[in-house]
Design a protein around this ligand. Structure first.
Ligand code: ZN
Ligand code: ZN
Length: 567
């Protein structure tokens, strides 16, 4: 259990207590405890008693102990059982917090999103004290936004499901190999369901073990060709198909079920031109023989085409592209330059992050904690920032195998000012500018902030440039063409934030602007999240990004001079 895990549960408890109408003192005790835990610098797992942390009383300490022993707090569990599911779902509606939900529930007895939607349409919400016409409209818009966004699974949700499923498949010895296919393998931002292919010589055994995996909610089909199950995680349910294959046609199954539909139409046309047929079982030649190739790449090569990465298999136009060797790959990445530590809201210390980056084989890395105005993330005061800066420089002298740079992810404030003075920034190696607050401003206000950041001599890169969260919120009002122009003119780099909740910039934008200078970063808040780099690279591949566009593909020496040369 990391500090983050504890904080999350405390915050969830506070929110659910609020939903159940508990008294404000009790609720704020949990909120305050979460905030105190956030600023706690020591090793949480080494504590014998949680009351040792400043501001944590006996009651909350008991809850924390319960989490330490049982992973999930029993208080949280019972709250989840008591409160109507619909009210908990309503928390996902933008512009609607627990307090308002309680008011609506008390006054109108509404417990589902459908009922809430109808009440908005019938003007029952604007009739309540404290809710105007405007807030009723906002709720309605947010409901529609949420419903369209949650119709499908977001890539982050699929990522979480596949991690869980992969762990299950790893345990089944009779499986020789397996792969996820479909839209998730193509790294689409949304998927309808999840598809796997599974190679085995013992289908009956695999079938029995597959349908007995602990996280399965329901078995829909257990056939000899295919098993279909429903899995649930938190309150999300999805369907997963497992198709059985033999070793001989594995590559063909993989290619076929990865799609896309339009991509496979082009493959079938290529086959037709040669009087051949292509299917999930292999290639039928003009004389009726079936060829079964070993690797997916062999299939493309058979049709005199270079291998097309799954991310690029889209509308068929990828067959007309030639320069696949210029497109970025996972092993081109030499460092990660946006990550957090326990100094702000990260789960691991600077040293732990360094060890993890070394283990990944990185040549350089950058520590970029949050700045002082981001209170919710325990942002660093000037004093703490400069103290951290010294600490990082000292560690950089100690570790020979990696260059460790000292940076910051600085808030671009609502009025367009920067969170630190240039005097402070000049003492660091690097500064990332980021918008985290006042996201609902007009385009003019947002652009003023972004332009100021780009024009600042120390802001080298803009984090998650649109601020979107896939499946949860659209970004703020960015004029992308204008941002890109100003970024290019000021030598400011834009980020592909690799976290599958963000993927920001998106592959669509990347494809539109082929000459952008970029960095791909995980924005890791824990060592495990450093592994999410592959989603950033996939987004880049999907957006036809070339290796030469990406700064963190530079060699150790070249990156060093890039840092030293400034903007
Ligand atoms: Zn950020
Ligand atoms: Zn960050």
């Amino acid at each position: 259990m990391t500090k983050k895990d504890y904080i999350k549960q405390l915050e969830r408890i506070a929110t659910l207590l609020e939903l159940s109408g508990e008294n404000p003192f009790k609720i704020s005790a949990y909120r305050k405890a979460a905030a105190n835990l956030e600023t706690f610098q020591g090793d949480i797992n080494a504590l014998s008693d949680f009351t040792e942390i400043k501001g944590i009383g006996k009651g909350v300490a008991e809850v924390l102990e319960d989490i330490r022993l049982h992973q999930e707090s029993s208080l949280l569990k019972s709250l989840k059982e008591q409160i109507p599911e619909g009210l908990i779902h309503m928390l996902k509606i933008r512009n609607l917090g627990a307090k308002k939900i309680v008011k609506i529930n008390d006054a109108l007895g509404i417990t589902t999103i459908d009922e809430l939607k109808n009440a908005c349409i019938n003007n029952e919400i604007s009739a309540l004290p404290g809710f105007g016409k405007k807030s009723e409209e906002n709720i309605l818009v947010s409901i529609d936004e949420m419903l369209t966004m949650t119709e499908k699974l977001s890539i982050y949700q699929v990522h979480q499901f596949t991690e869980m499923i992969n762990n299950g498949l790893e345990e089944i010895e009779a499986i020789n190999r397996y792969s996820v296919t479909g839209s998730f393998r193509r790294r689409n931002e949304y998927s309808k369901d999840i598809d796997y292919i599974v190679e085995t010589n013992q289908r009956d055994i695999v079938k029995a073990q597959l349908t007995a995996l602990p996280f399965i909610k329901k078995v829909e089909l257990a056939g000899d060709e295919k098993v279909t199950i429903q899995v649930a995680k938190d309150d999300v349910v999805t369907t997963v198909d497992f198709r059985f294959t033999d070793a001989s046609n594995y590559a063909h199954m993989l290619q076929h079920f990865t799609g896309s539909k339009e991509h496979n139409i082009r493959i079938r046309q290529l086959a037709k031109e040669r009087n051949e047929k292509v299917s999930e079982y292999g290639i039928t030649t003009s004389d009726g023989n079936i060829i079964q190739l070993k690797r997916e790449a062999d299939i493309y090569n058979h049709f005199n085409r270079p291998y097309i990465p799954p991310e690029m298999r889209h509308d068929g136009s990828e067959f007309d592209f030639d320069n696949f060797n210029q497109i970025i790959k996972n092993d081109d990445i030499r460092g990660d330059i946006h990550m957090h530590t326990t100094y702000s809201d990260g789960a691991h210390t600077i040293e732990q992050m360094i060890e993890a980056c070394i283990a990944k084989g990185y040549e350089y890395m950058m520590i970029t904690d949050h700045s002082k105005s981001l209170f919710v993330a325990n942002g660093l005061s000037e004093e703490r920032l400069l103290e951290q800066n010294e600490r990082i420089k000292e560690l950089n002298r100690q570790y020979k195998e990696i260059d460790i740079y000292s940076g910051v992810e600085m808030d671009i404030l609502a009025d367009g000012e920067m969170d630190y003075s240039n005097d402070v920034l000049s003492q660091l190696d690097y500064c990332i500018g980021a918008i985290h607050q006042s996201l609902n401003q007009s385009e003019a206000e947002i652009m003023k902030r972004l332009i100021n950041a780009c024009e600042n001599p120390y802001v080298r890169h803009i984090a998650h440039p649109t601020g979107r969260l896939i499946g949860r919120r659209h970004g703020y009002n960015v004029n992308m063409a204008q941002l890109i122009e100003i970024a290019q003119n000021t030598n400011t780099v834009l980020e592909i934030n690799a976290h599958p909740m963000r993927l920001d910039l998106s592959s669509e934008i990347l494809k539109q602007y082929p000459d952008l200078k970029l960095v791909i970063n995980t924005d890791a808040h824990a060592i495990q999240q450093l592994d999410l780099m592959k989603y950033g690279v996939s987004t880049a591949i999907k957006g036809y990004v070339k290796k030469e566009q990406v700064i963190n593909t530079l060699s150790r020496e070249a990156f060093k001079s890039w840092i030293q040369n400034g903007k």
